[in-house]
Design a protein around this ligand. Structure first.
Ligand SMILES: [Zn+2]
Length: 490
């Protein structure tokens, strides 16, 4: 039998946290308040009930409770009043015991013997005050996002039309063929190491270059523009001996994008700054040494602290949403998501989150080995507003993976797709072959299939690509999300 238990989010979790007997006896591994690494952690809680002294005790058997991975958001979002657990239990007698649980608001049976039985609302000791709507953040619930502190209109816009992301920053910079001296500017003219190619430095030394690129994409119709911060972490900047400038790069880059968006925003067409977090050149789950599979040149904590600094500066500089992109190692991405969560917790901010992975070859896996479906299940605890794929293969080869994502994500998030302009070609001016006509035709096909909500371009795309994509997809409806109940997903 499968039951759904709806608890008051905060009180109940606190209670479980305090009930050491429960942990001790059942070996519980549940998500406690303050525990942030909760993803996919089923808690074997044991069957439990209140005893005569009003203490929660395990009464034998087994009750498998899947702790939702978004407990933090529940605690952070005062509008969420309840939390759902789906519990597989064996015998009917547990139901009476479960009704006694502290914080239990509602208990309903979903399945018995594998078949869905009629939803049954059982009597419960605690009920919601009159007039109060029961809101839940269930693991399998459709479209339940946190209460955002910025870009609050964006989720609604995503249900109404396709939203345009900008194209490549790096490609536009590359086309300018800036010299070493131009990268350095006055401020770094005597710097001890070459900095040509350090694109994030340009936010400090050539802000007008970055501004013009942003404005080019905004003029082409981009709703979201990415900050020039793909490599602005202490980890990536260490390659240039500029780790100590990472914070400033993020702050200035966010401000540049903010100013450009504010210049183009109208009441009818708001523009959003997407604070961009890249993967860094190091990978936490793959060995850099073929003779030592256990070797690593970075660990989770180093990444987490680098990302925390980046997130803080991006948000303080005026980002509306955060975009963790070009993910080739899910562990790196999880360090970024962890840092974002920590920062939200500390600051009280809560920005929409966009997460974008990169399928690097025809195996359909990201570099750290996950299929697209596995990737989604590794990041869904972060409750992104949108999840998607970018870079790498180009749109044509990306199709099966976008289709897979569309299937596995269901109604839990919107889907984004911003491919490269085809496969790399060193002989081409932008490094990529696809013209705006080709890329826009491919993305038009994705949109016509109902696969995408956010589209744009990655390496090799230009404002002309973005303009063409916008023209191609704007008559089409965005990927539809059915507002289905948690029940339908079981
Ligand atoms: Zn790319």
């Amino acid at each position: 039998m499968l039951v759904e238990l709806t608890f008051k989010a905060v009180d109940h979790m606190r209670h479980i946290g305090k009930t050491s007997s429960l942990q001790g006896r059942a070996g519980v591994q549940c998500a406690l308040p303050g525990t942030t690494d909760q993803q996919h952690r089923p808690g074997l809680v044991g069957r439990f009930a209140l005893d005569r002294r009003n203490e929660l005790v395990r009464i034998g058997g087994h009750l498998r409770v899947f702790i939702p991975g978004n407990m933090n958001h529940a605690r952070r979002s005062p509008h969420i009043k309840g939390f759902n657990f789906h519990a597989h239990i064996n015998k009917d007698d547990i139901v009476a015991a479960l009704e006694q649980l502290p914080g239990l608001l509602r208990l309903q049976m979903l399945h018995e013997g594998g078949t869905l039985i009629e939803k049954k609302l059982l009597s419960s000791k605690s009920v919601l005050p009159a007039g109060q709507q029961h809101q839940t953040a269930a693991y399998n619930c459709a479209m339940s996002f946190p209460a955002y502190t910025r870009a609050q209109a964006l989720p609604t816009t995503l249900t109404q039309r396709l939203v345009m992301l900008d194209g490549a920053m790096g490609t536009m910079i590359q086309r300018l063929r800036l010299s070493e001296a131009q990268y350095r500017g006055e401020r770094f003219h005597a710097f001890h190491k070459d900095v040509k190619g350090n694109n994030e430095l340009l936010s400090l030394t050539r802000p007008e270059v970055i501004r013009d690129i942003h404005e080019g994409y905004l003029a082409a119709g981009a709703d979201l523009i990415e900050t020039n911060t793909f490599g602005a972490t202490t980890v990536a900047q260490a390659d240039y001996d500029m780790a100590d400038l990472a914070l400033e790069m993020n702050l200035q880059s966010a401000r540049l994008a903010r100013a450009a968006c504010d210049k183009f925003s109208t009441a009818d067409h708001p523009r959003y700054v997407a604070g961009a977090l890249g993967p860094t050149p190091k990978t936490a789950s793959i060995s850099p040494d073929v003779n030592d599979p256990g070797a690593r040149n970075i660990d989770f904590e180093q990444l987490r602290s680098a990302y925390y600094e980046q997130v803080q500066a991006l948000v303080e500089g005026g980002s509306d949403v955060l975009l963790v992109e070009t993910i080739f190692d899910t562990l790196n991405a999880k360090a970024a998501l962890f840092a974002i969560d920590e920062y939200f917790e500390a600051s009280g901010q809560c920005l929409p989150l966009l997460i974008s992975g990169t399928v690097t070859d025809a195996s359909g896996r990201i570099l750290s080995g996950q299929t697209v479906g596995a990737f989604w299940h590794s990041v869904r605890h972060a409750r992104p507003l949108a999840v998607g794929l970018n870079c790498a293969l180009g749109a044509a080869l990306m199709r099966p993976y976008i289709q897979e994502l569309h299937r596995v994500v269901g109604d839990e998030a919107f889907i984004s797709c911003y491919p490269n302009a085809g496969l790399p070609n060193p002989m081409s001016e932008t490094g990529f072959d696809e013209t705006p006509e080709v890329t826009s035709r491919l993305l038009h096909e994705f949109a016509a299939e109902g696969l995408v909500n956010i589209v744009g371009g990655c390496c090799g795309t230009t404002p002309d690509h973005i303009g063409a994509i916008r023209t191609a997809v704007s008559p089409l409806a965005p990927r539809a999300l059915r507002a289905h109940a948690a029940l339908a997903a079981m």
